[in-house]
Design a protein around this ligand. Structure first.
Ligand code: PLP
Length: 366
């Protein structure tokens, strides 16, 4: 897996320019920075002066602290009861979604003897986390009452469920719901961060960015949504040919023998499989680039190897580089194409690439 630090930074700048100066940049580096590697991603983005970083779990927040990150770290997913203490000890900002969480944070902060920092999530339609926007008049005063304790309310956010689709109706509706909830809250004075946008929202509706943006997929070269500008490609996936064979018509390949040569064919065995995160759904459907030529995957993808039909490509030899995602000569296989064949989204392809693949970073803009 080749990762371009330059492309990552270019994508970060595209988002920042879109939302404008003064909007806090909070790159989401959860799931090992969408599979690219958290440490290298943070190193590459530090120069872009992020406000802080977003993660999903307390453990990921601790990973950032171990890397020496002392910027704010926002844990976006709800925190399990047993994790508040560690979050407070590491000075992580947790996201609160209910009063039970608020009480658990207060308790943990009291025990540790350090303020418990939180952002409050307002559920405006995502339905997986957050205080219900409709009942802010009820929970708002209860949160305010806790602010006499060892906790500090530092921000508020919501998450859009459909910013990736061209129809903006639901995004506008969720924005209005957030506004309605905020109106019935007495927000603390002083530094307070309101943030709403993932990648798609930042690109589509920068006017909804409020005080900060939380982009993920676009930074890592994934398409953020319908009709949105394509990112600079960040990750490429390559492997090597380990064996080349000419086979007579009728020869079958792979588990289940789902493909048989229709004539004399040349097959190349490539050293990558689903154990590396190459989706098995690419079996008999996906493509690879060999010497700049697009060739089909034949038979089922195995755990460790994939076979491609290179009959059309002269001179393929063991050791040749095969591209599964990325550019190969004039041709390109995009992450989206692979995600399409695998009936999933760019996010799942990237985060599904396993540890067996070395991440090779190129600092290609110097
Ligand atoms: C993952 C996540 C994001 C980033 O979304 P992208 O679509 O990858 O830009 C933003 N906010 C929250 C709460 C998230 O969980």
């Amino acid at each position: 897996m080749e990762v371009s630090a330059g492309a990552l930074r270019r994508n970060a700048r595209t988002i920042r320019q879109r939302v404008g100066e003064g909007v806090a940049f909070i790159p989401m580096v959860k799931a090992d920075a969408y599979g690219l590697g958290m440490a290298r991603t943070v190193a590459a983005l530090e120069g872009e002066e992020p406000w802080g970083y977003g993660v999903a779990t307390m453990e990921e927040g601790l990973d950032l602290r171990k890397l020496g990150v002392d910027r704010p770290v926002l844990v976006c997913s709800p925190t399990p009861p047993g994790s508040y203490r560690a979050a407070v000890e590491a000075d992580l900002i947790v996201s609160l979604s209910d009063l039970g969480g608020a009480q658990a944070l207060t308790r943990a902060a009291g025990e540790v003897g350090r303020r418990g920092r939180f952002h409050l999530e307002v559920d405006t339609g995502m339905g997986r986390a957050g205080f219900d926007w409709r009942t802010a008049g009820e929970w708002g005063p209860k949160i305010e009452a806790l602010l006499d304790g060892p906790v500090r309310w530092e921000g508020c956010f919501t998450h859009f469920h459909s910013a990736d689709v061209a129809d903006e109706t639901s995004v506008s509706e969720q924005w209005a719901r957030l506004g309605a909830a905020l109106e019935s809250l007495a927000l603390p004075s002083g530094e307070f961060l309101l943030h709403t946008c993932n990648s798609a929202c930042a690109l589509r509706r920068p006017d909804f960015a409020a005080g900060g943006v939380r982009p993920g997929i676009y930074l890592y070269g994934g398409v953020a949504g319908e009709g949105l500008p394509p990112p600079a490609p960040v990750a490429a996936l390559r492997a090597r040919v380990s064996l080349v064979r000419e086979v007579p018509a009728g020869t079958t390949v792979g588990y289940g023998a789902t493909y048989a040569a229709s004539k004399r064919e040349t097959w190349a065995t490539v050293g990558i499989g689903y154990g590396d995160g190459l989706p098995r759904l690419l079996s008999n459907r996906g493509h690879a680039l060999v010497k700049g030529v697009r060739v089909p995957v034949v038979g089922r993808i195995s755990m460790d190897v994939t076979v491609v039909d290179v009959t059309r490509v002269p001179g393929v030899a063991a050791g040749d580089v095969v591209t599964l995602v990325g550019k190969g000569g004039e041709e390109e296989i995009t992450l989206e194409e692979v995600a399409g064949h695998a009936r999933t989204i760019d996010y799942e392809i990237l985060t599904g690439l396993t540890r067996r693949l070395p991440r090779i970073w190129r600092d290609d803009d110097g």
